[in-house]
Ligand binder design. Sequence first.
Ligand code: AMP
Length: 388
Amino acid sequence: MTTPSPALPQHDSPILPTATLGVMGGGQLGAMFAMAAKRMGYRVEAVSDVADCPCAHHCDRVHVVSYEDRDQLVEIARSLDVLTFEFENIPVAAARAMQAVVPVRPAPEVVHTTQDRAREKAFLVENGFACAPHRVIRSRAELEGAVTEIGLPCVLKTAAFGYDGKGQQKISTTAEIGPAWEAVGSGECVLEGWIDFDCEISVVAARGLDGSTAVFEPSRNIHANHILDVASAPSGLPEAVASLAREMTSRILDKLDLVGVACIEFFVTRAGQVLVNEIAPRPHNSGHLTIDACVTSQFEQQVRAICGLPLGSPRQMRPAAMANLLGDCWRQGEPAWAAALGVPGVSLHLYGKRDPRPGRKMGHLTAVAATIDEAIASVTVARQLAAG
Ligand code: AMP
């Protein structure tokens, strides 16, 4: 779904190849961004606090620097034509300082809103987007009061620096309040009501400099141990639910005035309600299948959006499913890639990480097929064959 801008604001001139695109963060999302940008003829420089990162295999240069070293970051920014990021836990003050010398897209204000659960929830409530009932918590006493108000079960989450379920504790009984506070409760937290959801979906979308949006098909996401396990699209949900999720996504990007790519994760309740869980102001793990299944991938959209180019078509050409390859797949040694790649429609994406620790995202497999059930079956079988 591509929508033209309702009103065309002043159009900055596009940033064209062979300009230099910067990406804050050196992980796989940055690496796949770099692959898309390099294919289009751009120069790509990553800014990372580790030299041996996935980006290093695909970028022209990696600036190894602490994200706290504002002066050096600003110096690096001077050599770039535009800067984006591949993870949102970057100091906003540094991003603001860089913005003074180079366009930062999405803007640091978007990062500021979305890197803190309390601020993100306030943004959602202020703008009328449905989300789980919640309270901001600063002390054990506040937690006890909030549990009484929200009811059990509920989940306590740190406001900042949480991802893949880290910094979260489910509370099912009053006896679990104390241990949950001990485990999570330093600094600001958010207590959320537990949603007995029918399924989890996410919608990746791009928004251009001119305010136009391009929204991908919602994907249906299955998590294991709080980490995305399998994502598949189309979601198979009733069209009314899918179009509501797409429309909410588009409006969230507009309200944030976001230029770039973002992913909105939703809970779909048994009553068909669509509740926002989280906003990621960058490409997302659940959008990796766009590389193999869509006219334009989420990473090419990121390049187009931040460069002020027209967005590509987000149309999905074939049903697709993606399965993450965590370090656990290496338990028996190097996975059997030839066996996995023998499954029709399957493609392999490895991120070049050396140490396959359990739970670490090492790569993913995508399967495309004639039907979504076939795509899910193929990617699942391929991963089983790989892990042995
Ligand atoms: P998050 O890091 O907030 O995306 O949470 C990670 C995962 O935990 C989600 O994808 C859900 O599977 C689960 N989860 C988080 N919050 C809730 C909630 N309020 N109700 C039910 N499940 C949740």
